[in-house]
Design a protein around this ligand. Structure first.
Ligand code: NAP
Length: 295
């Protein structure tokens, strides 16, 4: 298959480049950082530029598009205007959906568990109540809606918190936590915030499996099989990487009022499993990460 990947230089994108290039022909897109895109057929692009997007579709004619580009980190969000975030996460997503429709490309969209109402129970199914409470989550949900209004040939992946080691320039909280613990520094973690986290390598493997299946017009939760708090994830890291657990400092969401308080967006993944996708445990994933078998 000819696969176009947006956000190929991101945390997940670089894992997608590795996984999808094994069996497919990929064109992977980056914006400010090249990351491992330099090892593949790649192109620098600003997805808010409609002409560049159109030209890319015209010349490459992808059979499948994995749209992973987004403004997703709180640090970057703070530096940008709401309008620019909306342009990237909503308007560019709508444009890509339109081009997918025109060029008969199937569209995979990386959405987020944060679209769910985080206070309405646990192990949420795809039809659970949606109440995004941050600009990020709101724009990701608007991206979902724009896609559904524009094309029938989509798969929306509501993706759990991703963890692992970021390749090249990219980093996630787990990587930061590992580095801090490794140098003997304390790390504060929420005991009252729950997720079903998924390793980056596992996410890329699952997406690679799903693209090979005849699945479309679906919303699928993609996450790990275990519900843990942020603090428990830190404990699992310490246990498996032989790091000092006493460096983990339990805090509660009320201690950090500036962070959107999303209590529990752990997801039910029965639908994912119904497509024959199996899941590793957190322990298996962490051991894989620590052993360096993460790429
Ligand atoms: N990380 C998580 O825990 C998580 C959880 C759930 C869902 N997701 C979703 O999964 C996707 C990937 O997340 P991630 O963590 O890999 O994100 P990330 O590391 O922040 O990467 C974002 C990507 O988007 C690209 N990008 C941003 N603005 C662009 C623009 N104007 N034009 C072209 N490309 C642009 C970036 O390119 P440059 O770096 O080259 O500028 C980068 O490749 C996102 O859609 C996110 O919403 C992530």
């Amino acid at each position: 298959m000819k696969i176009l990947i947006t956000g190929g230089s991101g945390l997940l994108g670089q894992y997608l480049n590795k996984a999808l290039s094994e069996n497919h022909s990929i064109l992977t897109l980056f914006h400010n950082h090249i990351g491992n895109c330099k090892d593949y057929s790649s192109r620098q692009i600003d997805i808010t530029n409609s002409n560049q997007l159109t030209e890319t579709f015209q010349s490459y004619k992808p059979e499948l598009v994995i749209h992973a580009a987004a403004v997703s980190t709180p640090a970057l969000m703070k530096k940008l205007t709401n309008k620019y975030v909306y342009d990237i996460n909503v308007n560019a997503t709508q444009k890509i959906a339109g081009l997918c429709d025109k060029y008969k490309s199937r569209m995979f969209y990386l959405s987020t568990d944060l679209v769910y109402a985080g206070y309405r129970g646990s192990m949420l199914k795809e039809d659970a109540k949606l109440i995004p409470i941050s600009l990020y989550a709101e724009t990701k949900l608007m991206g979902e809606v724009k896609i559904q209004q524009t094309t029938d040939n989509y798969v929306i992946l509501r993706t759990a918190l991703l963890y692992g080691f970021g390749l090249n320039h990219s980093r996630c909280h787990f990587h930061f936590m590992y580095n801090e613990l490794n140098r003997g520094s304390q790390v504060k973690l929420f005991t009252d915030q729950f997720r079903t986290p998924l390793s980056l390598k596992e996410a890329a493997r699952m997406i690679n499996s799903l693209v090979g299946l005849d699945v479309k017009k679906e919303i699928i939760n993609i996450g790990g099989k275990e519900r843990v708090s942020r603090f428990e994830l830190g404990e699992r890291l310490c246990e498996n990487a032989k790091l000092d657990k006493s460096l983990l400092i339990p805090i509660m969401m009320k201690d950090k009022p500036e962070v959107p308080a999303v209590e529990d967006v752990s997801m039910n993944t029965d639908k994912l499993k119904s497509f024959g996708i199996n899941q590793l445990s957190i322990e298996e994933s962490i051991l894989d990460i620590i052993r360096g078998n993460y790429v």
